[in-house]
Write a protein that binds this ligand. Structure first.
Ligand code: HSE
Length: 440
C-alpha cells in the first residue's frame, strides 16, 4: 500500500470545515475506493486560536496560504479562499509551480485564469480539479470532461446559482419581497461574500464560462457573456409568468449557433412543463444536449458546505486514484479560440411588460411598432390594477400593466420595436423584457 496522500486545506470557512470532517468521517471508504489513504496534514486560515471543533495542533499551520502552497509537505493543495486574484491566485500558482496538485472550488479564478492555470498544471505534471466550482455538489465537470467526451454538444444550460433560485422560488410561492428572500439566503450561507455577485448574475456567468469551455472545447471567454441579473424581476412578472404557463428562472445558457457560440445569463421564462421549471429552492440543475445521448439533466444542491465538500473530496479521491484527466478536457494548447455569436442576433420568443397610459389608440400604437419591426404577437393582455390600487374612476393618465408575448423573433427587432414604442409617449416607464427559452 502506498503512503497516504497528504492534503493541505487553505480556507477553513463552511466548506473547508466540511471537507476536513468528510475526509475524517469517510476515510476508510475513500481509501478503499481510491486505493490510497488521504489525510489532512496542513491547514491555513487567519485565526489559529478559533474553536473549529477539531484539533489543529498536530497539523502544519500557516496563516499565509501562499506560504503553505510554497512550503508545506503536501501532495494536494485545496484552495477554498475565493476571489479571482490575490492570495487564492498566488497560492494556486505557487502550488502548481512546484508540482503540487490543486483542488479548488473557485469559479471566479477558473473563469478568469483557467486556461493559463491549465497550462501551468500541464507543464508541472500536476492536476487541477474544480468540480465544486460549478453547481456545488452536482458532478457536471466530470460529466462534461469525461462522461460525454463522445458527444458533439450543441447546448448546455442550467440553474447555476442557488441564491437566485431560492429567491425566485420564495417570491413565487409565498409572495415575499426580494430583499427579505436575499437576507434569508445569506443567513443560510448560500450567498457569496458579496451577494451582488449572485443577484447580478456574475456568479452564474463564472460557472457558465467554465461549462462552455468544457462543452465546446474552446478557450474560456468570461468577458464574452451577456449578463443580466434578477434584481428587476417583480412579483407582477412572476404572477404574469404563472398565468401564461411559465416560471421565471435565472439561467446560464451556452449554445452553438450558425454565427458562433452564444453565452448568456438572464432571467428566463421557461415552460412550466419543462424539467428545469420544477427545480426549486437552492437546488441547481444543468442540462446538456449531446448528439448521441440526447438531453441529460443533472439536479442537486448547488451551494452549502456539505454539498460543496462532496465535490471537493471527489476531486481529491480522483487524484489519489492517479486519474490525470486534462484540466479542460483536452490539452490546453488544443482548445479552440472562442467565437462569439452577437446577442443582437439571438432568436427566441419574448415577454414584455409595459406600463401603458390607458388612452384610446395606445394598444394600436404598440401593435403597429411591433408589426413595423416584423414581430408577430402571440398574446397581448391588459391587466387592470388590483382593486385596492385602482383609481376611483377611469383616468387615462394612470398607466396600466400590459403584457405581450411574441412569437420567435430577434433581439435586434425587439430592441427596435421597444425604442419606437418609447418614442410614442404611450408608456410611463422602461419596459420589462424577459426572454423565453424553448425547453423540454
Ligand atoms: N453563491 C453561490 C450560489 C454558491 O448561491 O449558488 C455556490 O457557488
Amino acid at each position: 500500500m502506498s503512503e497516504a496522500l497528504k492534503v493541505g486545506v487553505a480556507g477553513l470557512g463552511t466548506v473547508g470545515l466540511s471537507v476536513v470532517q468528510l475526509l475524517a468521517k469517510h476515510a476508510g471508504q475513500i481509501e478503499r475506493k481510491s486505493g490510497r489513504a488521504v489525510t489532512v496534514t496542513a491547514v491555513s486560515a487567519r485565526d489559529r486560536g478559533k474553536d473549529r471543533g477539531f484539533d489543529v495542533s498536530t497539523l502544519e499551520w500557516f496563516s499565509d496560504p501562499v506560504e503553505m502552497a510554497e512550503k508545506a509537505n503536501i501532495d494536494i493543495f485545496v484552495e477554498l479562499i475565493g476571489g479571482d486574484s490575490g492570495p487564492a491566485e498566488d497560492a494556486v500558482r505557487a502550488a502548481l509551480k512546484r508540482g503540487v496538485h490543486v483542488v479548488t472550488a473557485n469559479k471566479a479564478l477558473l473563469a478568469r485564469h483557467g486556461v493559463d492555470l491549465a497550462l501551468l498544471a500541464e507543464n508541472n505534471n500536476a492536476c487541477l480539479n474544480y468540480e465544486a466550482a460549478v453547481a456545488g455538489g452536482i458532478p457536471i465537470v466530470k460529466t462534461l470532461r469525461e462522461s460525454m467526451s463522445g458527444n458533439d454538444i450543441s447546448r448546455v444550460y442550467g440553474i447555476l446559482n442557488g441564491t437566485c433560485n431560492y429567491i425566485l422560488t420564495r417570491m413565487e410561492a409565498e409572495g415575499i419581497g426580494f430583499e427579505e428572500c436575499l437576507a434569508e439566503a445569506q443567513r443560510l450561507g448560500y450567498a457569496e461574500a458579496d451577494p451582488t455577485f449572485d443577484i447580478e448574475g456574475n456568479d452564474t456567468a463564472h460557472k457558465l464560462a467554465i461549462l462552455t469551455s468544457l462543452a465546446f472545447g474552446t478557450k474560456i471567454a468570461d468577458d464574452d457573456i451577456y449578463v443580466e441579473g434578477i434584481t428587476s424581476i417583480s412579483t407582477a412578472d412572476i404572477q404574469a409568468a404563472d398565468e401564461l404557463g411559465f416560471r421565471i428562472k435565472l439561467l446560464g445558457i451556452a449554445q452553438r449557433t450558425e454565427t458562433g457560440i452564444e453565452q448568456r445569463v438572464h432571467p428566463t421564462m421557461v415552460p412550466k412543463t419543462s424539467a428545469i421549471a420544477r427545480i426549486d429552492g437552492v437546488l441547481n440543475a444543468v442540462a446538456v444536449d449531446g448528439d448521441y445521448v440526447g438531453e441529460i439533466v443533472l439536479v442537486g444542491p448547488g451551494a452549502g458546505g456539505n454539498a460543496t465538500a462532496s465535490s471537493v473530496v471527489a476531486d481529491i479521491a480522483d487524484i489519489a486514484r492517479g486519474d490525470e484527466t486534462p484540466v479542460l478536457g483536452m490539452p490546453a494548447g488544443d482548445l479552440k479560440d472562442y467565437q462569439r455569436a452577437r446577442m443582437r442576433m439571438h432568436e427566441g420568443g419574448y415577454y414584455i411588460r409595459l406600463s401603458v397610459y390607458d388612452r384610446p389608440g395606445a394598444f394600436a400604437e404598440i401593435a403597429r411598432c411591433m408589426g413595423d419591426a416584423g414581430i408577430s404577437l402571440e398574446s397581448i393582455v391588459q391587466k387592470r390594477h388590483a382593486a385596492d390600487e385602482a383609481p376611483a374612476k377611469y383616468d387615462a393618465d394612470v398607466p396600466q400593466p400590459v403584457m405581450l408575448i411574441t412569437y420567435e423573433t430577434t433581439e435586434v427587432a425587439i430592441k427596435q420595436a421597444l425604442e419606437a414604442i418609447m418614442s410614442k409617449g404611450v408608456v410611463a416607464e422602461e419596459p420589462q423584457l424577459i426572454r423565453i427559452e424553448k425547453l423540454n
